[in-house]
Design a protein around this ligand. Sequence first.
Ligand code: SF4
Length: 204
Amino acid sequence: MPDSSLRIGGFVPFTSIDYPGKLAAVIFCQGCPWRCDYCHNPHLLPAGSGDLLDWQVVLGELEKRRGFLDAVVFSGGEPTAQQALSRAMKEVSDLGFKIGLHTAGCYPERLDKLLPLLDWVGLDIKDLPKDYPALTRVANSGQQAWKSLKLLLSANIPLQVRTTVHPGIEEDQVATLCKDLAALGVKNHVLQTCRPVIGNQALQ
Ligand code: SF4
């Protein structure tokens, strides 16, 4: 597969729960720079894998679903880890689909360039910035995620902020987090519980 193609670890051709109010397909992008203990898609974390789906095949599947689906959600892994994301989003947008993005906000500079392409974003805000490295095992990850949040708010992109209530987070931490998010102007914040690890989701 050429380097310029999006690396795809899974594809769900139909979902009604991954883009609010829309019927969508989900593309699971391969690779994430962070290593959260509670990650529900650990098979998507390595950037390379022997089990990738071909971008042109996925695009062909989407083409068949024009007029039936409203949107395509790029999920992961961390979609913004890949330089090929922008071109892939443009190709999907040219097919007439709305573009959704699930991201942890790992790369605010890249996210900034994607803003004109985005119709809706689900952003993970895992914790207060100072507490991120204990979760992600990466220094400054909290600053990156919160910078991404501010970019999305400034751009007025329809946004849902999600926080996974993991075993290491205290109740007063969650309360502070909710308060800080509200103070920044977050109107849609969802608390979700850790869910068990699931297997690979391949093209069906
Ligand atoms: S940022 Fe998301 S995809 Fe990456 S390790 Fe954490 S939970 Fe998994």
